[in-house]
Write a protein that binds this ligand. Sequence first.
Ligand SMILES: NC(=O)c1ccc[n+]([C@@H]2O[C@H](COP(=O)([O-])OP(=O)(O)OC[C@H]3O[C@@H](n4cnc5c(N)ncnc54)[C@H](OP(=O)(O)O)[C@@H]3O)[C@@H](O)[C@H]2O)c1
Length: 192
Amino acid sequence: MAAENRTGSIEGYAIVSEDGMLADAAGIMPDSLKFDADQRFFEQGLDAVDVVVHGRHSEDHLARSHQRHRLILTRQVAAIAPHGSNDGALLWNPAGATFDEALRALGNPGAAVGVIGGTEVFVLFLDRYDTFHLSRAPGVHLPGGRPVFPQVPIRTPEQVLAAHGLAPSPARMLDPERRLTMVSWRRRPVKE
Ligand SMILES: NC(=O)c1ccc[n+]([C@@H]2O[C@H](COP(=O)([O-])OP(=O)(O)OC[C@H]3O[C@@H](n4cnc5c(N)ncnc54)[C@H](OP(=O)(O)O)[C@@H]3O)[C@@H](O)[C@H]2O)c1
């Protein structure tokens, strides 16, 4: 798929079970949520962003991961701090610095951003996503797992996205054999 990110855009990427979970009850993403077609879609998306944002347990491990600028959320720092071993990364605590401050500190103001989770990170951007790409693994259930948003499973991921001003595009079949679909939820234009 052609890259669709643009300057200043914020795109979320998640693959969830039928019950809306990102990972199992132990916080581990099981093989049942891993699909080559979804990985390719995810990697193409991240190749088009300037900055990846994720929690301390959710780093991407893709071919060009080391080249990506990233903000890693953690409460181990007060606001913004160097990563230590990765010059292209900063540790960020949203309680101490705004997102725009963190992007400026990274040298990427106005960056195209990819948000890749986990739960607490996805929820932080619910009112800011331009697009949220939600893949759904059919037949996979992870009761008691880590939900894509804290409101799940009381509400479905789709209900949460709709409540935050996003609307679904037509579903795209990423893997016909395994019936893996992906829906890009895009921000509805604000009425004048
Ligand atoms: N299926 C998917 O699409 C998908 C997507 C993402 C992750 N996952 C999977 O989900 C599992 C990890 O889940 P997780 O929820 O533990 O992931 P996580 O968000 O990557 O890590 C949680 C940690 O990030 C930091 N953090 C998160 N929100 C923060 C906030 N608002 N302010 C400051 N720090 C914050 C905290 O770090 P400190 O403890 O350092 O304070 C927290 O302990 C992994 O198995 C991962 O592979 C799956």
